[in-house]
Structure formats: C-alpha cells, structure tokens
Design a protein around this ligand. Sequence first.
Ligand SMILES: [Zn+2]
Ligand SMILES: [Zn+2]
Length: 331
Amino acid sequence: MRAVVVEGPGQITVTTVPDPTPGPNDVVVAVDACGLCGTDLHLVDGEIPVVNYPITPGHELAGRVVAVGGEVTRLAEGDLVAVDPSLPCGECRYCRKGKGNLCEPWQAIGISSPGGAAEYVQVQAKKCYPLPAGTPATAAALIEPLSCAVHGLDKVPHDLTDDVLIYGAGTMGLLLAQLLKRAGVNTLSVVDRRQDRLDVAGSMGVSAVATDAAELDRDGWDLVVDATGVVAAIEDGLGRVRKAGTFLQFGVADAKASANFSPFKVYNEEITIVGSMAVHNSFDRARDLLVSGAVDSDALITNTAGLNDYASALEEFRTGAGLKTQVLPSA
Ligand SMILES: [Zn+2]
Ligand SMILES: [Zn+2]
C-alpha cells in the first residue's frame, strides 16, 4: 500500500509499505479521510518525545473496514468507522485512576504506531466507532477533534446564564463554539486575529466576534476558553474571567512557554483554571453529536489533498490557510 512515512524530523516521504493484516482482535480500515492538526506539525518537526521514527502519521481518521480478525464479532467488512487513536496502557498510575488520557507512557495511533496517512491502517476493533451508512468520511474524521472538545467541556461548568468567550476561531475553537451554542449559554463571543475565521464563527450564530477582546469586554466572562495556545491570548483571557469564573486551557502552547497571571485575582475572585488534554471517555458521545448534526463539517473542512500531496498540504496548513485540512488516501 501507499503510505506517508516520516523517516525522522523534517523527512517526509510517500512510499510503498507492506499491507497491514489484522491480528485476532484487530481490523484493517481503508482510510477515506485523515485530518491534519498541530500535533502532526510537532511530529514532523521532531518535537514529540514519544514518536518512534519512522512513523506514518495521522490520528484523525475514518474509513471502511476491509479485513476483520478472527475474534472480532462487533464489526464486519464494509462498516464505516471512526477510530479513537489513543492507546492507554491500562496499567500505569493514571490509567488505574481512570485517567487514560494522561497515561504514562502516552501512546497513540499516528504517534507511536502507524497512523491514518496511508491507504490502510491496522487498529484494535475496540478503538473503532461505527457510523450510519452514508455518513461522509470527511465528517467522520472530525470526530476525534470533536471528542477533544467534548472532553474539554466536560471539565468546566457552563450553564444557561453564562457569558462565554473563546480565543481562537480555528477548527478547535469553532468546534467548541458549536458545542457551547448547542448546550445553551447566555452569550458566546469569539476572538481571533483573522477576519476570515471570524466570518465563519459569525455564520455559526455566535453572539459577537472581534479581533480584540477589549472591543467586547464590559465586565468579563463566566467562562473563558483559550483555543490558541498563544501566550498573549492566554494572558489576556486570564485577565477577563469574571468572579467565580473559569478559565479553560484547551490550546496547545509551546512546552517551554510561560504566561503571567495575577495570583491575587485568582485568590480574591475565586477563579478556577482548568486544563484539558486530548480525548477521555468522549469519543462515543462525539460520534453521536456528529451524527445528529451538531457540527457544520462543510464549514470546517476547507482543504483536502491526495496522499501524494501530504507534505505540501502540511506546509500549507502550517501557514494557517483555511481551517481543517484532510488527506483522502482512497481518492
Ligand atoms: Zn490532533
Ligand atoms: Zn497508562
């Protein structure tokens, strides 16, 4: 089969590798769509310590089951599935505490084992989530990032009367916005430096958009979400949380970055600061939300490419062009 192989940092090839075969509890999925995200950039740049090079990247994938292991009864050839890429060990301190997303050593399909930027991928059957026939594979490949957003909102209180501010109108910010709008909050505002992204947020029916939160701020917000990972946005957002409010750090900042905040404000105003990392018991609920139309996938998937164009698609994604980029290996 054809597969993208990252031989080492900065070395992307598209080459022919042996077809995968399923173990007894596995299936082989023909990948129809595989999203790119910031994690893939970090992988290609050599910034993820747990990567086993050479590696086929791709952890946001959906496709059709084409081979089924002997012990698998729940899936059949032809099933359309989305794949939960996380591979918690089940034995470490964090897995035993029910925090598999924080597993040590953390591993995932497309990070430590071959991923979806290939014609086929071998996965454990239990990591596959079936979808109704006719679900577009491109939409199904949004379930992984959507499940990260579901987990993020699991971790923070939000209710009908809350005013909510999101920094960042990229794919993650817009997924979070659509979920919060669906959940029902008093107002939902989105800040991004880019007007084209704010236009998409506006089309999704949020209350207000701006390139700078100062344009919108009256007396702060009950929930502020960072979906940028940018220190300037994080510091600005931490300063705009209302008394008794919550700040959600969802965006992935540089591992070496630090941000300033006022410990006095956190104390005096009883502010809660929460982190959210990847997928945690949220993949099935994200699947259900996607199937019921919670997400405008057409608005989010702006760029698609064939497998041979993986490297150029990734570099275009790096420039911030569009929103979600997907490779379509079967196309
Ligand atoms: Zn990702
Ligand atoms: Zn573990």
